[in-house]
Design a protein around this ligand. Structure first.
Ligand code: HEM
Length: 180
């Protein structure tokens, strides 16, 4: 006995669902690409001199961070010279080095590891530290995503500080730094 067809999905709902599904798919694909891309960074830093730029010297760290922060807050607007001029051995100033290490060796790995865990939720322990492992994984994923997003906005602003606002963007494309 054939039943009458039921119209369950109005046009707006089908449109919303299509966009939603495409965006979720893009999130998964970009997550996988991010992970593969990260391996390029990780291996590159492991086997080349670039990795040295990511080693934090803890002695005197806070005073170097303060010096750079003071320069960004005041000195830069009064025409002072940068306290840590760029060289081949030290291409990052202390604040850059610190934030790049945290982003690249903490938050990016956390975002893709928790992302894969959420993609395969059966790999997540049910209870972690007395709370839901799934919720905890989700929380870490979201927090890392926020931190990376905020980093990106701040990062782009600081990248405009160079010989001219476009100079650092040119450098990351052609490889050559233009001295101030
Ligand atoms: C969340 C996304 C991003 C992350 C995690 C990130 C991270 C980094 C890192 C680690 C470096 C240093 C690479 C090295 O020399 O070893 C760098 C450099 C750079 N990035 Fe990004 N970046 C991101 C997005 C962007 C975007 C969207 C732009 C441009 C619109 C950009 C522009 C630059 C420029 C100009 C440099 C060279 C200047 C510098 O070292 O500060 N970045 N980025």
């Amino acid at each position: 006995m054939s039943q009458e067809r039921l119209y369950l999905y109005p046009i707006w709902l089908r449109f919303w669902h299509l966009v939603n599904a495409i965006l979720c798919f893009i999130l998964i694909v970009t997550g996988i690409i991010l992970t593969i891309n990260y391996l390029i960074f990780f291996i590159g830093n492991l086997f080349t001199f670039n990795g040295k730029q990511y080693q934090i010297e803890y002695r005197g760290l806070s005073s170097r961070l303060m010096k750079q922060a003071r320069y960004y807050a005041f000195g830069i607007f009064t025409g002072e010279n940068p306290p840590f001029p760029i060289s081949k051995e030290n291409k990052f100033n202390p604040l850059q080095r610190f934030s790049y290490v945290f982003i690249m060796y903490l938050f990016i790995p956390v975002v893709f590891i928790t992302g894969f865990a959420l993609l395969y939720p059966n790999t997540i322990p049910t209870i972690v530290l007395g709370t839901s492992g799934l919720h905890l994984t989700d929380l870490f994923h979201i927090i890392s995503g926020f931190v990376i997003s905020i980093f990106m906005v701040v990062h782009i602003y600081f990248c405009t500080i160079g010989k001219n606002p476009g100079a650092n963007f040119k450098s990351i494309m052609n490889g050559y730094h233009e001295p101030l």
